[in-house]
Ligand binder design. Structure first.
Ligand SMILES: [Zn+2]
Length: 120
């Protein structure tokens, strides 16, 4: 199962983007899934990138429809968070929630469109 996941990851097409990180003072290269923008309808959208030796630097990248980085905010996470969730888990939870919110927003717009048509 794990091998399968790894193979999917390897064959997933990605694009590489670079940005200067305030916290590290370095240029980072971030690999993004090529189809990432197609999961969003509003731009720019937020993408979270966790890095650093202790995985304690969180960059929020604002990406446009071409996956160009329009802005970046960086913050160091408190290490106390380890007590509840690992940072990776937390990040994945946040990312999933953001995707859910985006999906709800899309559903709402679809419904509103249908409603407007019925009202006409
Ligand atoms: Zn950094």
């Amino acid at each position: 199962m794990l091998l399968r996941v790894n193979m999917i990851r390897m064959t997933m097409k990605t694009v590489t983007r670079e940005y200067i990180c305030d916290a590290c003072g370095q240029q980072h290269k971030v690999q993004l899934p090529e189809d990432l923008a197609s999961r969003h309808t509003q731009f720019p959208f937020a993408y979270f990138y966790l890095h650093g030796d202790a995985k304690d630097v969180l960059s929020t990248l604002y990406l446009d429809a071409d996956l160009k980085i329009r802005g970046a905010e960086t913050q160091r996470l408190e290490t106390d968070l380890d007590d509840i969730f690992s940072k990776g888990q937390m990040l994945s939870i946040v990312q999933n929630l953001m995707n859910e919110i985006e999906r709800w927003r899309r559903d709402y717009e679809d419904l509103k469109k249908k409603y407007d048509e019925v009202i006409k």
